[in-house]
Design a protein around this ligand. Sequence first.
Ligand SMILES: [Zn+2]
Length: 196
Amino acid sequence: MNELASEGNRSCVGCRQRDEREVLLRFVADGSALAPDIRRRKDGRGVSVHPRYRCVDAAVRSGALRRALSLTGEQNLSARELSSSAASQYARRAEGLLASGRRARKLALGTEAVRTAIGTHSIQLLLIAGDAEGSRDELRDAAERLGRSCLVWNTKQELGRLFGRATLSVVGILDAGIATELRHVVRCATELAEDA
Ligand SMILES: [Zn+2]
């Protein structure tokens, strides 16, 4: 049968369901080991799995990951290690997106700047540190009234570090493209860390 509709799709080797290749996590054979390739750019034989712990775990347990890449080594694959190295790649990508947003002047840093961006409807996504306090709920409600989503990610200190500040509680993303990709990579990093 000709399956034109699913040409851009791949099967997750964990749960076996098909999904768009862009939302799936690719692993490539790297010598006798496996490496995550979240931007799908590396050469070599690859395999796709949903970027969430339970699919990586299922793919390791069933042997599907090893078979799909014809891995012959005796090394043990660890779903926990594979998930955490992929989660770090997604986190680094999120940091890279924030850095390019900053260079393009498409970020609002801190409560006052975010409040202004919400007021002028220029905000696309609100990123809130997991340990943010104070105006967090007010800003989230205001962004949601505009139909903009919110992400909770990282800590005030870590967000601050990215921007040369002691702490940073909220970042407004003003660019739609950056917002879309950031939402995806942060969700992936979060779901890979959940080993439930
Ligand atoms: Zn899956």
